[in-house]
Design a protein around this ligand. Sequence first.
Ligand SMILES: *Cc1c(COP(=O)(O)O)cnc(C)c1O
Length: 385
Amino acid sequence: MKRIYLSPPHVGELERRLLLAAFDSNWIAPQGPDLDAFECEFAGEVGVPHAVALSTGTAALHLALLALGVGRGDRVITSTLTFAATANAIAYVGATPLFVDVSRDTWTIDPDLLDEKLTTSARNGTRVSAVVTVDLYGQCADYDRIEAVCRRHDVPIVEDAAEALGAIYHGRSAGAFGACAAFSFNGNKIITTSGGGMLVSHNRDLADRVRHLSAQARQPAPHYQHDEVGFNYRMSNLLAALGRGQLQTLPEKLARRRLVNESYRIALAAWPGIAFMPEADYGRSNCWLTCMTVEPSLFGVSREQIRQHLERHDIESRPVWKPMHLQPAFERCDITGGAVAEELFEKGLCLPSGSSLTEEEQGRVIASVEECRANARTPGCVAVG
Ligand SMILES: *Cc1c(COP(=O)(O)O)cnc(C)c1O
């Protein structure tokens, strides 16, 4: 039996054709027509006028903060429940991350705690330079409330939409919020260029600045003039061709991920002790990963017992992100709240959710979860944990 992965790349004949066409055109070097077209098509998809294709989503976050003038000694608030790249980008510019807990009903940054942290920071005279929101597992943060809070405190927002391409918030697409937003095309994301990222913005100057910084801050002079230190963060034309193909198949990928999510809910949500990541009524998740929480006293086995049982059946699943304030790399950083993220980490499990997951494979995953529970209830056959 084939191993079932959490969220493997899903590419097809269209991508193969576009990639080889770019190869045959000899536009191998960084720039080229596919890069321009990918930026243009991506901006159209998100409904934002400017897009800059980059080597990774992390690079997009890094340059977003630089373009906003965030630097050494500054303080930047972000959600503690995220992938390390969000916090790493803050550290790259020499700023200090301040972590804030998430709401139980969205798993994204808690707007009340954000307000509280911004208020106490202002009172103490320790200004916050930016807020990086995270659209977790493809669900947008609560932007009406976050934008109101940040406007009141006059702090810019960077949207980490790395996981959220195709998600909707009150009719607007993920990526349309804040000063700018970052997307990722890493191999496990909803669309992939093997590795890649995109910065989008409503602000032309900001996008131009990011484009400049991403190309070694090279000025238009024949002798390569540089007025500041830049980065080599551009996406290559070959990968942009792959990305264009992936973008064309986004509607099917979104539909398939949602169906996978619904099938898990139908099969598992009725079990006592099982709950799924709530979908907030303000929008529509892209269902990047389907995540559930397991209450061991009710379900009979723990998240970790299930994860290990799945692994023994060659099924990859993962705990929900380990909160940043629990990571050794960031353990001395400030945290506001934290108990919700800690509980989600302890009880949360991300299930295989790829758009190429077949019905039969998903059946195997569901059967394994149920088998794990049944084993624990059979005397003399205790699930290893
Ligand atoms: C994947 C991811 C990133 C980083 O993207 P890369 O393209 O892998 O650099 C950033 N933030 C979040 C929340 C992510 O999930």
